[in-house]
Design a protein. Structure first.
Length: 451
């Protein structure tokens, strides 16, 4: 007796061939027999097969991911097996908090995925089903109720962003009592306490942050839609939002903005963050385009190549390294180092090679964001290792750069959300990013970084 975790459609196709007398019942059929004790679970075989064939229903993904997770696989291990991000796995696994009844409603197209995810803010299945019943019986039939809920959610979001009802009131242009009333009504509607109240202050609970994560994408998309409609009605220029690590604000982004300004009537909003946060800004609708680097999830993003870079050592022009053609790990012995925090580093090959030789690197300053090292290095406080593309942003600091071995390879790309429709202004902006990178000189030849 064998368990059959995959191949249901093929089996039904074979049944049809037998029924049509195009195949006899006893005809041999090739099968793959897996070891029951294999390290690869049978559920994984089925899920991987379906991932490659077509997009699975989100609930099928959740159930398969949950099975693997129950068998001991971590979020990162599941993500690596199926070429998705760990964040994507975490999002799907949050559906475990949702009532089975509501999962069935979603599976039968009775609600949208965003609505289902909103219920993950609480584990109370009874309350979830009560809220859904209220939605079915009331809100879906009364547009005014929907508008009221959206208003409450927008006020709620602003309170979390601003940090107080007073500052939220100022940002929204309404009174502080009105803000408090919106928040209170939202709590009554959802049946969830979102804030702790004491001494005329409200402090957000964990449930508030969970709710914000679930509604942020929908609210941001609505904001962008409203802004686009308003712009069309008033013939206003389009705003282009570009997300990139802050270091690109030194040289590259000013060039990008100059090109956009010369060719369109659009203005630009620059949003900074880590490479992971750049992707989040894109997916949440906060940014139209981003500057990031591979690897990225092709199910979520599309991209255009900008350039590749290897590691370089940057240092003050008077440093002894200026006479060398290449910096190797042993050269770092005795040097004061300005280094990015290891949790933000793509690799630590040079310093690990130094440690292997029995020498502990002399780290004077650790920083958490590219761009901070340039000031310390320019002041003669130490040397730093970065990559060619980042080093080119330091032209104004008059530093020198030399190749480093061993070295990693980085691939930089301009990214946008998969399936995004491009306006003329957005096309110009993408072309501007590509052009700005193509104009940048190499920083690996061992010369000054002055542009």
């Amino acid at each position: 007796m064998f368990e059959v975790p995959a191949g249901g459609r093929r089996y039904r196709a074979l049944e049809l061939l037998v029924k049509q007398k195009r195949m006899i019942k006893t005809e041999p059929v090739p099968c793959v027999v897996s070891d029951a004790h294999s390290a690869v679970p049978i559920e994984e075989d089925s899920l991987a097969e379906n991932f490659q064939r077509e997009d699975l229903h989100p609930l099928d993904m959740f159930r398969a991911f949950q099975t693997l997770h129950d068998q001991g696989a971590s979020h990162e291990e599941i993500a690596a097996r199926f070429f998705v991000s760990a964040t994507f796995v975490q999002q799907r696994l949050r559906l475990a908090r949702v009532s089975a009844k509501l999962q069935e409603v979603y599976e039968q197209d009775g609600m949208q995925l965003e609505q289902l995810m909103a219920f993950t803010v609480t584990d109370d299945h009874t309350r979830q089903e009560q809220v859904w019943e209220a939605l079915e019986n009331s809100w879906s039939k009364e547009p005014q109720q929907i508008r009221r809920l959206l208003s409450q959610l927008k006020v709620f979001r602003e309170v979390l962003r601003a940090g107080s009802t007073r500052r939220a009131a100022a940002a929204l242009g309404i009174s502080q009592p009105a803000v408090s009333q919106h928040v209170k009504q939202l709590e009554i509607t959802l049946g969830i306490t979102l804030f702790k109240r004491s001494a005329n202050r409200i402090v957000p609970l964990q449930e508030a942050w969970e709710l914000l994560r679930n509604v942020e994408l929908a609210l941001t998309s609505l904001d962008r839609l409203e802004a686009s409609i308003f712009a069309m009605k008033n013939e206003e220029k389009q705003r282009i939002a570009i997300a990139a690590p802050s270091v690109f604000g030194f040289v590259t982004l000013p060039k990008v903005v100059a090109i956009i300004h010369s060719k369109t009537a659009s203005n630009v909003r620059s949003i900074s963050g880590s490479y992971e946060q750049i992707g989040e800004h894109i997916l949440a609708g906060r940014a139209d385009l981003g500057i990031s680097r591979l690897p990225l999830d092709p199910r979520l993003f599309e991209w255009a190549p900008l350039g590749s870079a290897r590691n370089v050592c940057i240092f003050h022009p008077d440093h002894r390294f200026s006479k060398q053609t290449c910096i190797e790990a042993q050269d770092l012995a005795g040097e004061t180092i300005v280094d990015i925090d290891p949790q933000f580093a793509a690799h630590q090959m040079n310093f690990n090679a130094l440690r292997f030789a029995g020498v502990e690197p002399d780290i004077l300053v650790e920083f958490d964001c590219n761009g901070h090292e340039a000031g310390y290095v320019s002041a003669g406080l130490g040397i730093s290792i970065t990559n060619e593309i980042i080093a080119r942003e330091y032209a104004a600091f008059h530093l020198e750069a030399k190749p480093v071995e061993p070295s990693a390879l980085y691939h930089y790309v301009a990214i946008w959300q998969k399936g995004r429709t491009f306006s003329n202004a957005l096309n110009v902006s993408l072309e501007a990013i590509i052009a700005a990178f193509s104009q940048m000189p190499s920083a690996r030849g061992g010369s000054s970084l002055e542009g």
